[in-house]
Design a protein around this ligand. Structure first.
Ligand code: AMP
Ligand code: GLY
Length: 427
């Protein structure tokens, strides 16, 4: 039986999810709130914000929506899952996302670290500090080796992690974060952790809190500049599969990280129906957890969804029905990359409302997912820092990236910027 589905969000991740969901025979009608010019090609955009729960409730009721897929972390940390559970007429709706409590795994670094310690999951050693023991924190930094990693406890739009090369700088920043609210309330508590030196990668699962389906692994490129230089961004590109994610490493990831995490949800009584994004780092051949996110990655989703052969909606329906153990996720063996086209100036100040031309240049092995775009009449305009995610299939990383770069040369808007070197270490 097909159903109406609501997807929340407006980025490249949501266009990729909308693209996949809308291909499912189980999807009758797809609504996206608020969506972008790309999601409008896969379903009906509705101008409702992701945190406006009463308006979402009204839409779900009026449009007979049976499944709500939550793209970004904000509504999850704000408790959208619990909101639906708290209302008799909404209880039966299959909300894909963790409960408010479980979303703290992303919403609070201190909560996340305690969870990992409790369940013996490999992660950097740490201590937490706040206004009550700031001076202890300063003294603690003196006992550590640089670089020092400082993490704002709460959500800080991806900016709350500082890696300082000297203890003096670290002490100054710790004071800024705690005493001067450098990241607002998010940094009233700070986690100081051991620096891990290795190569990062991401692993994703769909879980119902007991069983899980493994999705393709991916690697994203967070820095703005080529050669991984300059400021951190939300992500400037991604590749899958990750060349060093061999069977041996993935076996360790499953045994030491994924299995105890899912078992941890069950032991702790955490309700978790959704995606888990494991931000991992390989250090001397061993996997460690840097962070959990309670949603899919962006831009990783723009490479993971194109590799998923099986029906995403069927998997998500099984999450709601408690039958995930009967599902099997199938992937294709292609190499897939995505290259983000950003607005000049991003991740600092940038301008919006630049007309985009050449979008029809895609085709063949390339899909243009929209991130920060908006439609006005027949035209599409830039509407965010990350504007497009140009995804290509290839026989190799070089081949896939070359296809995305060729398409990006044909797409024009004022101050377009993209990294031409995505996947560079593996070429
Ligand atoms: P997070 O928000 O926890 O993912 O941290 C953002 C980024 O900071 C990560 O993607 C890493 O590149 C870096 N990072 C975080 N924690 C550590 C650590 N303990 N050692 C080295 N790098 C880290
Ligand atoms: N690409 C990293 C993230 O989605 O947080």
């Amino acid at each position: 039986m097909s159903m109406n589905i609501l997807l929340l969000g407006s980025g490249g991740r949501e266009h990729a999810l909308a693209w996949k969901i809308s291909q499912s025979p189980l999807c009758k009608q797809l609504f996206v709130a608020p969506g972008n010019a790309g999601t409008a090609l896969c379903g009906d955009n509705v101008p409702i914000g992701v945190n406006d729960f009463p308006a979402i409730e009204q839409l779900v009721t009026e449009r007979n929506i049976e499944m709500v897929v939550v793209g970004p972390e904000d509504p999850l940390v704000n408790g959208i899952y619990d909101y639906f559970q708290s209302k008799e007429h909404l209880k039966k709706i299959n909300v894909i996302g963790p409960s408010k409590e479980a979303a703290q795994l992303e919403g609070s670094k201190a909560y996340c670290k305690k969870f990992m310690m409790r369940h013996g999951i490999p992660t950097a050693a740490y201590r937490e500090f706040d206004g009550g023991n700031l001076e202890e924190g300063i003294a603690y930094i003196d006992t550590q080796e640089a670089p020092i990693v400082l993490k704002a406890d709460g959500l800080a739009a991806g900016k709350g992690v500082l890696i300082l090369q000297s203890k003096e700088e670290a002490k100054k920043e710790l004071r800024e974060m705690i005493a001067n609210a450098k990241f607002g309330k998010a940094s009233s508590r700070v986690v100081i952790e051991q620096f891990l030196d290795g190569i990062e990668f991401s692993v994703f699962v769909i879980t119902d809190g007991k069983d899980y389906l493994l999705l393709p692994d991916a690697k994203d490129y967070k820095r703005i500049g080529e050669g991984d230089t300059g400021l951190n961004t939300g992500g400037m590109g991604a590749i899958t599969p990750v060349p060093f994610c061999d069977e041996e490493l993935m076996q360790k990831v499953k045994e030491r990280i994924i299995d105890p995490t899912i078992a941890g949800f069950d032991k702790d009584g955490l309700v978790y129906h959704g995606f888990v994004f494991f931000g991992l780092i390989k250090v001397k051949g061993e996997p460690w957890v840097i962070e959990y996110n309670c949603r899919m990655g962006d831009p990783e989703t723009e490479v993971v969804m194109p590799r998923l052969k099986s029906d995403l909606v069927q998997h998500l329906r099984a999450v709601g029905n408690g039958t995930l153990s009967q599902e099997k996720a199938e992937f294709n063996e292609h190499t897939v990359c995505t290259v983000i086209a950003a607005s000049g100036g991003y991740p600092e100040d940038y301008e919006k409302n630049k007309k985009i031309t050449g979008l029809e240049a895609a085709g063949g092995d390339t899909i243009v997912f929209h991130a920060g775009t908006r439609q006005s009449g027949q035209d599409v305009f830039t509407n965010g820092g990350r504007v497009l995610a140009v995804t290509s299939f290839g026989d190799s990383i070089s081949d896939a990236v070359a296809k995305s770069n060729t398409t990006l040369e044909k797409i024009q808007y004022e101050k377009k910027y993209y990294r031409r070197d995505i996947g560079y270490e593996f070429k």
